[in-house]
Design a protein around this ligand. Sequence first.
Ligand code: 3HC
Ligand code: NAI
Length: 702
Amino acid sequence: MYTLIDYSLDNELALIGLSRAPVNALGLTLRQELQAAFRQASSDPAVKALVVYGRGLPFCAGADIAEFGGAAFDAPALPQLLIELAGSSKPMVAAIGGLALGGGLELAMACGYRISEPKARLGFPEITLGLLPGAGGTQRLPRLIGAEAALETILAGQPLHAERALELGLADHLADSADELLDAARAYARELLQAGAPAQPAYPHAEPGVALPDNFFVDYTAKKSGQWKGQLAPHLALEAVRIACEQPLDVGLAREQELFLEAMDSPQFQALRHLFFAEREAGKVPGIDASLPLRPIGKVAVIGAGTMGGGIAMNFANIGMPVVLLEQKREALDRGLAQIRKNYEISAKRGKLTQEQVEQRMALLAGTLDYADLADADLVIEAVFESMEVKRQVFVTLDEICKPGAILATNTSTLDVDQIAAFTRRPQDVIGLHFFSPANVMRLLEVVRGKETALDVLATALKLGKQIGKLPVVSGVCYGFIGNRMLEPYAREAHRLLLEGATPAQIDRVLTDLGLNMGVLSMYDLVGIDVGYLIRTPLREALACDPSYYRLADELYALGRYGQKTGRGMYIYEGRERHDDPEVLAMAERLAAELGIQRRVISDQEIHDRCLFMLINEGIQILDEGIALRAGDIDLVWTCGYGFPTWLGGPLHYAGQLGLDHVLAGINQYRALLGAYGEQWFKPAALLEQLVAAGKTRISKD
Ligand code: 3HC
Ligand code: NAI
């Protein structure tokens, strides 16, 4: 008796339906039953061919990620199972519906023949988990579609559309639709039997290495070395494909296993797996489940067509939802709409959209100067200037004109969402939707839950965030929410270290060497020294106790050195090049003298520790305060919104890798070393102290 397989006979065909909800991950029981079903079919003389399919489910999302480190290698382990299937004496057809990912695609390749439905996606996402395909993928794919295409597919980690899979030879046929897939697979199996097709067809690229240029793998690595900096898995994957090009299949399969285990043992896999599950957890909020009715959203309004408003509006037009864009003045509105069109035209030039799609999306966007046009909107997102007074005017007006039940959202980066909600008579309908710039591109969406925000408003926002392709992460209300609040002490240390003797280039190099997309000082130059200055304004009074606080940046602001846009900021810019500016270095020396700060040689280690420990400490504090629901949410915010390297798992996961006791000791060490400055800022979060005292190795509030 099978529990996860539906086994049936259709005359001479054995139909093996995988039915492990939700995505047919190949956990131990499914592997055992698949093996048993395969053996049953193989030994039944009435069966002449086999069809494997996902029964009412996607074909297969691969190995069971939750099993890694547990039962993943209990017999039958996936690689051995697939070797057995690939030795089938009867033709096997994989009927790929929905998706065939990772081990799922390896299963499909172990079947000699593959038919897909047109909307299916096929690929190897292992690289995004810090792994490489480990059940034959790196050996069979090059033999099937050629080494270069295989390498690209494996390293990209992005699934291919069925049509592309067909072009490459990864699928042999496309069914007309998902509904017809199983029938088409049966017909295909019968055709194969009639034609006397072999159980395992010959590989089109049986010797994938022969067509490659000399030094292909060395050159490929050199080309990608910048992009792969700090990451293990791409190197291992490349090595596996190289072996496929040089060694027989059985040797390659054995080597692939070794490389896979090396990847699986690495902290990078632990980090990326943590993020995978954190992402799935992020949508789960206590009190919200599928039974909670959501508010219907059929029309959206966006107020302010500036940098953020335009991008926000595009997200909704992209999913076919009508959007009204409101501005104060005709020129601003026209400028905003023109910018949106320009963005779409760029996508069209890059082949990502057809001209028809551009026009369809533009047709969904209606500009207005009149609030009356917002009366029937289900969701209004405000993206006007970052000023409480301007927000007040907007929300008072919205309260007057919006229909009951409409969700009123603010895109503020730092202002108090509860205060904004209190401008209305319906604070339960108000929420923060903090998009990141460029809002049509960046995946992170902080969903800021006010103290009165209704659960169905929160649930609707989370669902809608996913619908527009974002990663919504819930934050409570505090200055800067999760992301910008953590940015503040991290950047504060970088600014202070300038006064103590480090240079901008040194600080940024330490951070980019760790794997951050950009050093924090370059980031401030990019965003604008003026923007940073204005954001700090509400903090100034509270922080007057530290006269060194962002002092250099404040002076740069006063000089009009706003960063990249003025050609000078922390750095001096010459075209795309940037250099430490002698003027800034001299300014740092002068300020240090004025403030009585002893300058010294600052080590890279100190830069790393002070910036990162303060980032981590603030994250732990945020967790302890309940601003973030889980450590994983904080890690998602920083990896998805601030370029923190995914292979370190985010700041809080990284803290666990460094050792929580090490982080705590470091904070205490700088507290002692840095005198009054240390006393003021290097205060370990109480939760960190508790975790260390309890001997915990990772950060969690439970
Ligand atoms: N293993 C274990 N659980 C998995 C899984 C997997 N491979 N794929 C998905 N799940 C689980 C999720 O954790 C989630 O569980 P939950 O409901 O308890 O939170 C549930 O399935 C549904 O997943 P999503 O919420 O992500 O649903 P979506 O419809 O948005 O996405 C998906 C589906 C595209 C399959 C996405 O889940 C995904 O990308 N999964 C990972 C696929 C992958 O990386 N496969 C390779 C695995 S490694 C491998 O195969 C190694 C081999 O080479 C040896
Ligand atoms: P922006 O200055 O580019 O655009 C603001 C727009 O709002 C302008 O076009 C202005 O004409 C319009 N506007 C001002 N008052 C208005 C009113 N009363 N009614 C209608 N329109 C009005 O500003 P930006 O950068 O788009 O920021 C908007 C909001 O988004 C701010 O709250 C900001 O903090 C937040 N934000 C900004 C991010 C960024 O990187 N720029 C990132 C995340 C949030």
